[in-house]
Design a protein around this ligand. Structure first.
Ligand code: ATP
Ligand code: MG
Length: 423
């Protein structure tokens, strides 16, 4: 068992959709298995109301999907910096704050890392997006502060932060043989982050890398926003979104926005929210649509639908063919379809903003796209076909390198550990 002083600092990529943990031993960073042999843990927590237990990751999602009574929470990171962080929510063991829920999740990561390392680590470098919150530095600071509190409450004594795209750059640097100027593109579940950075085998050993980071940028747009957009376009109309009532007025849309936002779904299951949704019935001309909405809320199928839409997005991207979205949980036999063309069209506005942020980063670095030696892609959403298509078009002639979609940031954080700045 390692002595406390030899215990390495771990890197935690606390992602909107997936989290990962890495540590560096003998100069080599490696991802730790944290759910069976998997080196990622979906950022999901399930409070089982039947036996009053707490579950994480794939197990949490599986319990929810199997119909066990309880509360599933996903996209916890999206709450950082929002007013909801202050709110308490009911779980089986009482009222807890979201900061406390994030602390429980980080504690679980520490415990699982500890199983691999022989002792629960107390020093951590946590990744953070370039912006937790766009255009609001106060809320952005608050978001980092909440995450720091949560990490301390999780038992970490020494907490430092590093920008996620810089961490991704350190990971990329491990596998190149010549010095290059690279645009690092990290498109995750919640944010799209960019860095222009000078990397190279001779530079990796330097302790101070600040001169090598030429610019950063980021926008609060990621895979969960793509899911929401596709959900609103393909699924929610079947529950009454944009439906006109007897007086010709649209059904109020708030419930549909919340039902398609991963981090807000839970709020709709509260008694008050269900009552308000029931009262919408008079706004519907076709009450069958309202029946579906009520079935989804009363039987708590929101996350199930969001997950089905997410999977359809991935499948449509991978296969480039139309995908059926099963909605039988709302009504037997009900389904929707997502075609690659619909997807490209629905996501074009968001993707334009993501690409604009990439160009802003290059401009901020004082470069033109032709000056880049490569664009390095990481983050699950960087695999999205319409995104890659838009990026190739916009950065014509620049070599695109596809990296480790889910582990690169954590590995890079572990590489960054020796230069950590104390919190
Ligand atoms: N093949 C794929 N094509 C398109 N999107 C994908 C694919 N695989 C995963 N995704 C999406 O990638 C996202 C998760 O990516 P990742 O795990 O990198 O995010 P994260 O690190 O949790 O989020 P963030 O860094 O924004 O906090 C999800 O929205 C998921 O739907
Ligand atoms: Mg990420």
């Amino acid at each position: 068992m390692p002595s406390p002083s030899s215990l390495p600092t771990i890197g935690i990529d606390f992602g909107t959709s997936n989290s990962a943990v890495a540590c560096r031993v003998d100069g080599v960073a490696r991802l730790l298995p944290i759910e069976g042999t998997a080196t990622t843990l979906p950022t999901a927590i399930f409070f089982n109301a039947e036996d009053r237990t707490t579950h994480f990751g794939r197990e949490a999602v599986a319990l929810y999907l199997s119909g066990v009574e309880g509360r599933l929470m996903r996209s916890l990171k999206s709450l950082l910096g929002s007013a909801l962080m202050q709110e308490k929510t009911a779980v089986y063991d009482g009222l807890v704050s979201f900061e406390d829920i994030i602390a429980r999740f980080l504690r679980e990561l520490a415990v699982r890392a500890g199983r691999e390392l022989g002792r629960i680590p107390e020093q951590v470098v946590i990744g953070r997006p370039v912006h937790f919150v766009d255009d609001d530095s106060k809320r952005d600071e608050r978001a980092e502060e909440s995450l720091r509190h949560a990490a301390r409450a999780a038992g970490f004594r020494d907490v430092a932060f590093q920008l996620e795209p810089i961490a991704a750059a350190f990971d990329y640097e491990q596998r190149i043989t010549k010095e290059s100027v690279v645009l690092i593109v990290d498109i995750g579940g919640g944010t799209s982050d960019f860095t222009v950075v000078r990397v190279g085998p001779d530079r990796a050993a330097r302790t101070d890398r600040s001169d090598d980071v030429l610019a950063t940028s980021g926008v609060h747009i990621g895979g969960t926003d793509f899911d929401q957009r596709l959900n609103l376009d393909r699924v929610m109309p079947q529950l009454g979104f944009r439906h006109h009532g007897p007086q010709g007025r649209e059904v109020p849309s708030k419930v549909f926005f919340e039902l398609s936002s991963w981090h807000l779904i839970n709020w709709l299951y509260a008694a008050k929210a269900v009552r308000q949704a029931k009262e919408l019935r008079t706004s519907y001309a076709d009450t069958q649509l309202h029946d579906r909405l009520m079935t989804v809320l009363e039987e708590r199928h929101g996350h199930r639908i969001a997950a089905t839409v997410e999977q359809a997005k991935i499948d449509a991207s991978v296969t480039d063919a139309p995908i059926s979205i099963d909605l039988s949980c709302a009504e037997p036999g009900l389904a929707a379809t997502l075609s690659p063309a619909d997807m490209a069209q629905q996501l074009s506005g968001q993707l334009e903003n993501v690409i604009a942020s990439a160009h802003a980063c290059v401009k901020r670095a004082g470069l033109r796209s032709g000056d880049l030696d490569a664009i390095y892609l990481t983050g699950g959403s960087s695999a999205l076909r319409p995104f890659q298509h838009a990026l190739r078009k916009s950065f014509a002639g620049v070599n695109l390198v596809e990296g480790d979609l889910f582990g690169g940031v954590a590995t890079g954080l572990a590489c960054a550990a020796p230069q950590r700045r104390r919190a």
